[in-house]
Design a protein around this ligand. Sequence first.
Ligand code: MN
Length: 330
Amino acid sequence: MIEHIRGHEKFAGAHIIVLSSGPTPEHRERAKKLAVAAYLTKPFRQSALFDAISDAMHTGDKFDKPKAKAKVVDPADFTEKLNVLLAEDNPVNQQTATIMLQKLGHEVTVANNGVEALEQATLGDYDLVFMDIQMPEMDGLTATRKVREKEAETGKHVPIVAMTAHTMKGDQERCLEAGMDDYISKPIRRKEVAKVIARVAEKLMMSNETPEAETGGGDVLDHEALMEELDDDFEMLETMLEIYTRDSAERMPKIRDAIAAGDAETVMAEAHALKGGSGTFFATAAFETANKLEAMGRENELADAQSTFVVLEADVEKLKATVKQILESE
Ligand code: MN
């Protein structure tokens, strides 16, 4: 079959992936001679197929030298006045955090315990919540879970940043699992507060951007290169999007958990796989961000991994939205 395909000029440049249920050394040797891109043995996982497609289509150097600069969150870029809810039971901490936030130009409302926090966060119109973990009446994790439960009905999502007194890695994981968006450790420092606000704000701005506003920017992916590579095969693109959506939905939580657990090796491996998948779509932004995260994992330097992960989340969402748009415009 492959010999036939190779003989046909229409398919001269085709990438061929062999799916074999019973590979023999002889088979593999023949496949190799015919320059197949990959050789998968059935049953194979969807992610293995995706990696194979990704490797097959990956045009190497095109992505090795990124053109655009990767996005860096700069607190100074964020000057918008926010309506902040501060959930904190300790009066001293209430006072210092309030002054700090006000100095950064934000409006502050204080909730004295978890119950008040839950009430305010669901009823009030806040841009951001800083949530202490240990509070009387109801702890911060429970309050956050309940906020997210209520939001499931309304479709809203107020960003919640944990203020944790512990530097235990498992704590950060628990915060994210409870539905918090980010965290800072106590005692909170002004610079860290400014940083976390910029991080959360960037995530918000990105998820609020409509895909329409992004087309033509050329930043999300190279539309032209993608469709040329796919020979305008929209069906193939649709399949790729389906696989990518599932694959990234599996990998992103793994990366998030690995960052929280300080597991650099997993961060590296999962970010690498996501990089490959994103590269398949000629998706510059997602590719570069994943690449950055992969490097952090490789160098076991995870200090900025969380903020890079937040950017990657937004990049992946944009990628999917843009591909969806291409498919709809067909
Ligand atoms: Mn407390």
